[in-house]
Design a protein around this ligand. Structure first.
Ligand SMILES: Nc1ncnc2c1ncn2[C@@H]1O[C@H](COP(=O)(O)OP(=O)(O)OP(=O)(O)O)[C@@H](O)[C@H]1O
Length: 581
């Protein structure tokens, strides 16, 4: 079921896409370094290759100096050829080293993103499905995409950039010192200006980026929700309002991004100005050195070239301060996701359920939601279903029927009382074994963009074709599946392939048949179907329930009539049937 939120709730203060708590850059690095560690050798290789490339550039400039002093100034053409040969060879090697360095750095970066994103998704799948309902899915997606990419620019590419820029700095600065130590010292004296500027700009970018990251999450969230709710939007003629909503969120993001860009882009611009001023100082001082004979023309030009090269790593290093700022804002949001802990976990020493007969019971069960008002949704629910019997659960909307279903598959635990399978408290056994024994058929027919075959085999990917076809026959789905041009290989959603609500439901019933678990929890299996479609699923459901302990949540009197007992939730609980007590 997709929840539709009140559009008015998308105000700037919406807590669903709140600012994540601030995390210090060092902490961000400490947290995410483990995802780089498997590639640390490649990271070192990338750094060394890039540094070697920088070394190649130093040699090229030095050869350029010799070209001026030995060929151009004395007009001595014979000296050109050996120098040209060296320059071509060094230039090619430098190009190759830089290419390999860049490629290796990208490989490290992409593998980091892959690892971290996979780990984050794995973590999200340790959380019960309800946990993420308190967050906008779009915002979670933004954290898994753009925020992770920003972390990457911090802990993987950032490390390579810092290391290779530092090595390049040493190379270019040493070369400048060798050429003219007086000139070099004059330049170095002004370099702390860059560091102060970098610190100042980096801090401001971090603050602004935090807001931009939050806004980015909101835009993704609103777009995701808007597309998911398109049928309502179109049916109620609210397209313009949706476009307006996305536009408003987009404009807020635009303002936040521009505010960040104003600061982040002002820094390189300032560096450019400093570079020009520095260049003028060098030419002025250089002319003086030249007139004293302490420097050749080639030396002066090479010095200027080294200085220009020096600005590259300095710019990269100080630009990193702004990258770090943006990255740590993204990292905060990913750490925030990682902090979510499942309230339903295997206890230490939990023993898996062995062969399950299917005796299901609830004793004095009370349940509530931490995110709600804290009032119990279920109070003192008690029943027992004997193996192979069917308990129908009815009650008004909001009575807690789906909550009971969640307790039976352990998507949540009761606050008091116990849910037992074959007399074993579900909290004492493993989650995997509970789900191995109990099949939940949720209210909405959730299908994947995969072939019908794979959808049926979702709970048992090792099933044979014969088993899949048998499950589809049992679910009365074989007929319509084979009538499709690609039969079982038809991919849902591809070429617009859409099944009817009833057909979808029969595919999910086939999926449940294939799992063949001793216990079934069916949450309103005919909900949302018209009378004719509902009637078509009753026969397959009867076959599915035969011999299996079943909790059948339903409003449908025809389905409820199939039950051995009925439990009514909500208000004064009416209990009938021998087993419900
Ligand atoms: N994830 C949740 N967080 C907080 N409250 C919840 C959550 N899920 C359900 N509730 C609340 O618990 C109560 C029972 O909900 P539940 O979905 O179990 O009812 P239901 O009987 O299945 O209703 P329906 O017949 O309409 O599906 C409702 O008041 C609902 O608002």
């Amino acid at each position: 079921m997709h929840t539709t939120r009140n559009p008015a709730a998308t105000s700037a203060d919406d807590p669903l896409v709140a600012l994540a708590p601030a995390v210090a850059p060092r902490e961000v690095f400490r947290r995410f370094w483990p995802w780089v560690r498997p590639d640390r050798r490649w990271l070192l290789a990338a750094t060394l290759l890039l540094a070697a490339g920088a070394g190649g550039e130093v040699v090229t400039v030095w050869l350029f100096k010799d070209l001026i002093d030995q060929v151009l100034v004395p007009r001595h053409l014979a000296a050109f050829w050996p120098l040209a040969g060296w320059m071509a060879a060094v230039g090619t090697a430098t190009g190759l080293l830089t290419f390999l360095g860049d490629y290796t750095a990208t490989r490290v970066a992409e593998r980091f993103i892959l690892r971290l994103r996979t780990a984050c998704v794995a973590h999200l799948h340790t959380l019960p499905p309800d946990t993420l309902r308190t967050r906008w899915h779009g915002d979670v997606l933004a954290r898994l995409t753009s925020d992770i990419e920003r972390i990457e620019s911090f802990v993987a590419s950032g490390v390579i950039d810092v290391a290779s820029a530092l090595i390049s700095l040493v190379f270019f600065a040493s070369a400048a010192l060798v050429l003219s130590w007086r000139l070099a010292l004059a330049v170095f004296v002004v370099s702390p200006v860059f560091w102060f500027a970098a610190r100042h700009f980096g801090g401001r970018v971090q603050r602004l980026s935090r807001e931009a990251r939050r806004r980015d999450g909101r835009v993704t969230a609103v777009v995701e929700e808007s597309l998911a709710n398109a049928p309502v939007t179109h049916a109620y003629n609210q397209q313009r309002r949706e476009v307006g909503r996305i536009r408003r969120e987009g404009e807020a993001l635009l303002r936040a991004e521009l505010a960040t860009a104003r600061v982040a882009a002002a820094y390189p611009a300032l560096l450019d100005v400093l570079e020009v001023l520095g260049g003028l100082v060098v030419v002025g001082l250089g002319a003086f050195e030249l007139s004293r004979g302490a420097l050749t023309v080639g030396g002066l030009l090479a010095f200027a070239a080294f200085l220009a090269q020096l600005f590259g790593p300095i710019q990269r290093l100080s630009g990193l301060a702004t990258v770090f700022g943006a990255a740590s804002a993204g990292a905060e949001r990913v750490i925030d996701l990682a902090r979510l802990r499942s309230p339903v976990l295997d206890r230490p020493g939990a023993v898996p359920l062995r062969t399950v007969r299917g005796e299901l019971s609830c004793t004095g069960v009370r349940a509530s939601y931490a995110t709600g008002d804290g009032a119990p949704v279920l109070r003192d629910v008690t029943f027992r279903v004997a193996p192979g019997e069917v308990l129908a659960v009815t009650g008004p909307s909001g009575a807690g029927k789906s909550t009971l279903a969640k307790l039976l598959v352990r998507f949540m635990d009761p606050d008091a009382g116990a849910v037992r399978l074959d007399g074993v408290d579900l909290r004492e056994t493993t989650l995997a074994s509970v789900r191995q024994a109990v099949t939940l058929l949720p209210q909405a027919s959730q299908l994947f963009s995969a072939s019908i075959r794979d959808n049926i085999a979702y709970g048992r990917p090792d099933a044979t074709d014969a088993e899949i076809v048998q499950a589809a026959r049992d679910a009365d789905a074989h007929g319509f599946i084979t009538a499709l041009p690609d039969g079982y290989e038809s991919v849902l959603g591809e070429h617009g392939l859409q099944l009817s609500g009833g057909q979808n439901r029969r595919i999910t019933i086939a999926r449940a048949f294939l799992r063949a678990t001793p216990v079934l929890v069916l949450d309103e299996p005919t909900a949302g179907l018209d009378r004719a479609a509902a009637l078509r699923v009753i026969a397959p459901l009867r076959r599915l329930m035969a011999g299996r302990t079943t909790v059948l949540i339903t409003h449908d009197p025809q389905l409820a009539a199939l039950a051995d007992a009925v439990l009514t939730l909500g208000g004064a609980e009416l209990r009938t049937g021998a087993e419900a007590c």
